[in-house]
Design a binder for this molecule. Sequence first.
Ligand code: GLU
Length: 507
Amino acid sequence: MNKKVRVRFAPSPTGGLHLGGVRTVLYNYLFAKKHGGDFILRIEDTDQNRYVASAEQYIFDCLQWCGLEPDESAIHGGPFAPYRQSERKAIYQQYAEQLVKAGQAYYAFDTPEELEDMRQQFKTHDNPTPQYNYEIRERMKNSLTLSEEEVQRLLSAGSSYVVRIKMPVNEEIRFTDMIRGEVAFHSALVDDKVLLKADGMPTYHLAVVVDDHLMQISHAFRGEEWLPSAPVHILLWKYLFGLENMPQWAHLPLILKPDGNGKLSKRDGDRLGFPVFAMDWTDPKTAEKATGFRERGFLPEAFVNMLAMLGWNDGTDQEIFGKEELIERFSLERVHKSGAKFDYEKAKWFNHEWIKKTSVSRFSSLVVKDFESRGLNVANDQRLEKILELVKDRCTLLTDFYDQSKFFFVAPESVDVDSIKGKWNDDKTTFFKEWIAGWNNVEWNAAALEASFKELAVTKNIKVGELMLPLRIMLVGGKFGPGVFNISELIGKEETENRLKTAIQFL
Ligand code: GLU
């Protein structure tokens, strides 16, 4: 690769950042880092109607959480600023004019009513929503059909107009996609997209081409849903820049529902927690406040790993990858052509694996915060770390630590004595009382406690197995948790004694 690699993620700040968007970020990021290139974040905010004020900050926060920080952006700065399209308005107008002068675009003066009339008039059974295309444009009010004087008159009278691309009537538009290979479109099937809107703002189509050119983007990776727009972008590249230095395109596969039946919709997305974070605004598309992966207790490392595997693998069975390893192994050639199925259960599996392999000091503060939000205040100290270490294999999500370790801090509210009552007898009561009485001569650690417990069981001729479950239930309230002697060690002598004595009263 001789040209400096420069890739971009170009979100429109219209709502939360979902799974598919972050995967696009990730593949851009990995590619850039692998090739010593730059990753640029450009805010495509030219659609004022769909603009959501807090969405931009949200996007930055999400990328920071994921550890996928851009090299250049509206916040990070950079040599190609501004990185917000709304601040680049004047630039696009000049290119739109250039296209009109060259006869590759035209002014269209049609009012919304006239456009609606057109749709009604040309609607047929086979074509229920007629497009403004090479045929229709001949019958509409634009600089192709009006006289030059009339066009000048309308312009100087300040009439509202848009600029549309003039799609060729009979041309094959081809390009090579890095994932899909050769792609061809027939120009007649593409409508005359608006390039510049009545408010003087460009549409996405014009802005994306102009900015990819000006920002010297070498590769443009985006979701497959943009493939139908590609012919317009290729033509604009040809008209404006003679195709010189056009980025190499890669359209990433769709993310599908777990059963593979169709594209993952926003609705499934919210149900399955697709936004990265909860949004502090109501999503305009769903009118709902969705919770995100972060709130559900995902580690960013796991989230990123899971996303990487949604449509890519390194050719082996390996599934667990850290970011550095992903950068080293990633290649676009191994991105699949077909859609990738998203499975929330699999996402949780990734998280579980990451919790197991991550040092608890990395996430103890997050756990402390989660505890706090549920009214349990604990210090983030060595004891906490020991506890988290002990239970982490049982936790799939960070939010699972609460149930798995609450009993280390407070005595269980209810103890399931019923499940041990049946086999309880006075010998067992005596056993526990004597075990407690013997602690004075036992060092307070799990190994010593276990040895004294087993020794006493032998002396009393009671099977250890019959004593372990009662001990567990007395300590934690139910049939769960890590090793009972580890629990005793960590909750301390006094608390262990209290819990055993309280439970025995009910037996
Ligand atoms: N602004 C487009 C979006 O919202 C960007 C598409 C592209 O990367 O070209 O996804």
